[in-house]
Design a protein around this ligand. Structure first.
Ligand code: MN
Ligand code: MN
Length: 454
């Protein structure tokens, strides 16, 4: 079995990891929705010399090796691209991560009254254990778009001393029953002051008065996207501060590290691409999920700007590409080891975790990576002394999972899952090891330089 990486970690490297994770924690604290992540990625891309594809399409200029381009899809997904020295039809090295995380969304008609409260009705997003999200401070993040197209960005419940809560019953009134939370049981308390002169719905009226000051009406919530996420900043975890505890590390740990890796890549031999996508947690669907044709359209535009576009060349490019599906995996839990196979599953502080295949039961739904591709990756990782673990997710027949890997594999490219092991996955606060976050960043960086076999 692999050893704990901290055992042989020099003081200098520890400091390097600490510095990297300080930036990582700041990213997690400030970016809790897809839109916030895209804003961050856009800023970083522009700072590092990436040009807007949209602008280039309006004002075309020939792209050459070393040129950097980014494209944003509906504020919720981004493609970053660096043109390589080799022709594009020889393939590209792609890292893809997702930036959506389990949470709650406000419904389109969220307001109702109950027991003298103004309440906000929600709909959960992604796979969650509902009881984990109750009785703790929550924040609202999102955007409200008015009919005239103007919009209001919303962040309430972070640094303003405010907050929201999904209430739960006291133990005294629930001794005999073991209640399950239904999807309709999770509603936020929004207010408790009755409006004096209101004829009906006095509690809603009080809240709507506050919104009126911002020129927001009840109806505007139909054209809104407001997410309810755990309130508070990312923090260190443990007396030794070896871990990070934060909301949304599935999959923003891999999104941050793959983004940092491409930002630090210059003049690659083969073209490289980083994709941060939406909707992975609900099946990669919709215009901003990986099933959308968006990334393919971007690739066609980029090939065109390079003077290398043809349908055949693009097919060859996709077919010959390599991809890392950068997503987290479940780490063996010291409190609940039963569903894990300690020998074959991921452990914290043992490096970036490669899942040759995912899926469940008899590998149903799996992307199963090719040994020839894995052998090449091993060589790259070993040459750079990057620590990794070859893992699965849980005991056979225990459960399983999927990522965007099998969807990208439909192009006929080489794809493997590789990401950061996580404790408490899909809970309000997820835990990773700082050393794994750092090794993932190094692995993605090395992968962007990998030679593509003919
Ligand atoms: Mn994930
Ligand atoms: Mn997930």
């Amino acid at each position: 079995m692999k050893t704990n990486l901290w055992e042989k970690c020099s003081k200098e490297k520890r400091q390097e990891i600490e510095n990297f994770c300080t930036e990582y924690k700041e990213f997690l604290s400030n970016n809790k929705t897809e839109r916030e992540c895209i804003n961050f990625a856009k800023k970083m891309a522009e700072k590092n010399g990436f040009l807007s594809l949209e602008k280039l399409m309006k004002n075309p200029k020939q792209l050459k090796a070393g040129d950097k381009v980014y494209a944003i899809n509906m504020q919720k997904a981004i493609v970053l691209f660096i043109v390589g020295k080799q022709p594009l039809e020889k393939g590209i090295n792609i890292v893809g991560a997702h930036i959506d995380s389990p949470r709650f969304d406000l419904k389109a008609t969220p307001f109702y009254e109950s027991s003298g409260f103004c309440m906000l009705d929600t709909h959960y997003y992604g796979g969650i254990k509902k009881y984990q999200w109750t009785a703790q401070p929550m924040a609202l993040h999102g955007v409200i778009v008015r009919k005239d197209g103007t919009s209001e960005n919303v962040v309430i419940g972070e640094d303003d001393g405010n907050g929201f809560c999904f209430t739960d019953l006291l133990p005294h009134l629930e001794k005999e029953t073991k209640r399950e939370f239904g999807g309709e049981d999770l509603n936020l308390i929004a207010g408790n002051i009755a409006k004096e002169d209101a004829k009906e719905e006095k509690f809603i009226a009080g809240i709507l008065d506050i919104l009126k000051d911002k020129n927001i009406s009840k109806e505007d919530f139909f054209s809104a996207e407001i997410e309810i996420v755990p309130s508070g900043k990312a923090r260190d975890c443990g007396l030794d501060k070896s871990m990070v505890m934060a909301y949304g590390q599935d999959d923003r740990s891999c999104a941050f590290t793959s983004l940092k890796a491409i930002l630090e890549t210059e003049k690659p031999e083969y073209s490289v691409m980083c994709m941060l996508v939406d909707k992975e947690e609900i099946g990669s669907v919709g215009a901003t999920g990986i099933r959308s044709k968006y990334f393919e359209n971007c690739l066609a535009e980029i090939m065109n700007l390079c003077g290398q576009y043809s349908e055949l060349k693009m097919r060859r490019c996709l077919n010959r590409s390599n991809m890392i599906s950068a997503d987290v995996t479940a780490a063996v839990d010291p409190n609940f080891p039963a569903p894990f196979n300690a020998t074959t599953d991921a452990h914290l502080a043992k490096g970036i975790s490669f899942n040759k295949y995912t899926g469940s039961h008899g590998k149903y739904g799996a992307n199963d990576a090719n040994p020839e591709f894995i052998a090449q990756l091993r060589e790259v990782l070993d040459n750079e002394k990057i620590s990794f673990q070859a893992t699965e997710m849980g005991k056979v027949d225990q459960g399983g999972g999927g990522t965007i890997a099998y969807l990208m594999a439909t192009y006929g490219m080489n794809v493997i899952d590789a990401g950061i092991p996580v404790l408490n996955m899909h809970a309000p606060w997820e835990i990773t090891s700082k050393i794994d976050v750092f090794e993932a960043y190094r692995a993605y960086k090395a992968f962007y330089k990998m030679k593509i076999k003919e």
